[in-house]
Design a protein around this ligand. Sequence first.
Ligand code: PMT
Length: 402
Amino acid sequence: MAAMLHGRRILLIIAGGIAAYKSLDLIRRLRERGAAVRGVLTKGGAQFVTPLSVATLSRDKVYQDLFSLTDESEIGHIRLARECDLVVVAPATADLLAKMAHGLADDLASTLLLATDKPILVAPAMNFVMWNSAATQGNLATLRQRGVRSVGPESGELAEGETGMGRMSEPLSIVAAIEDLLGAGGPLRGKRALVTSGPTYEAVDPVRFIGNRSSGKQGHAIAVALAALGADTTLVSGPTHLADPPGVAVKRIESAEEMLAACQAALPADIAVCAAAVADWRARERRNQKIKKNGSLPALELTENPDILATLSGKGPARPRLVVGFAAETEDVIKNATAKRRRKGCDWIVANDVSAATGTFGGDANTVHLIDASGAETWPRLPKDDVARRLAQRIADHFKQP
Ligand code: PMT
């Protein structure tokens, strides 16, 4: 059995429906593929399967109570909601879908679903009249609009002896949907990717730093896009306001030196994409005490930071097979970026104009030129997520070549 979900952490919420028995098989199938499964049982779910069976199959503790002091002291519900790559609700009852759509949080399962910042997959299961009701269909439409993914239900004989749409999908179909969502079957499966993102902060004293306006949006989107195509992705991020993206290992750092160390620790990698806006210089001496304002102007002596892109591009056994840099330019964009690609030794460089009027720093859209040894290709202005997806697909195509 290929461990297609190796290292992936799935939080499985089992709600109260007869299909809950299939969720036990789902746990087994997920574990066979290398996933770690942590189970949450609703009150209704516990009427159909026992906590002991879920715990035995998942080889983990089962969580049931929002107000359990023991559970909260071991792992608070917010951590439980976030320490996973994906939340799966199987079976998802009409009641739980309604709670999700309306943001109710009156038990552990609904609270976790409201508190999570991870992708959610629901596998609905209910009577066909309940499934076809305007309320359920409306709730599902709301959830889909918010990015919740669903698998099934399927048509067939239902528990009450009636026939119609409402049977929960079989465990293997749910596994396929999970693999699809986590990019486990994607073209970059088996490849390791390293992405840098955001600014670096170079401390001058305990309160001041040298930094820049990078938001991390472009770099984070690239990490997500590579992971969606199946790459085992590490994101080394400078200080940003963005949440850790799902399905990606995130290392948070502050300075260029820390970023270099984190990148080197993430090697070996097949792919490196350096989208971070690394500060070129840092203060030669970092003061331990706040520099006092005392009438005279302090002189700040600078020293050069290590060049992470050039270091990763350097020849040697640890060099990723494809190194992609970014070039932030304000004039002669293609000409300067072409020269930068050669100087730094990377394979491709993605050039973007960062003049204030373009809104590239911090904005949601970008106009880029993809430059390799054969020349430059200009892409239309696109949302940063689409730039990322297009770049990830180009990387996947590159690895497809013999
Ligand atoms: O974060 P956003 O708000 O979404 O904005 C995105 C972005 C503008 C930051 C991004 O698209 C971008 O252009 N990133 C590169 C920014 C940059 O520092 O460019 P540069 O031309 O100065 O550097 C060239 C390359 O060398 C970059 O890949 C950079 O990561 C790398 N570098 C630079 C200096 C250094 N000491 N180490 C490096 O690795």
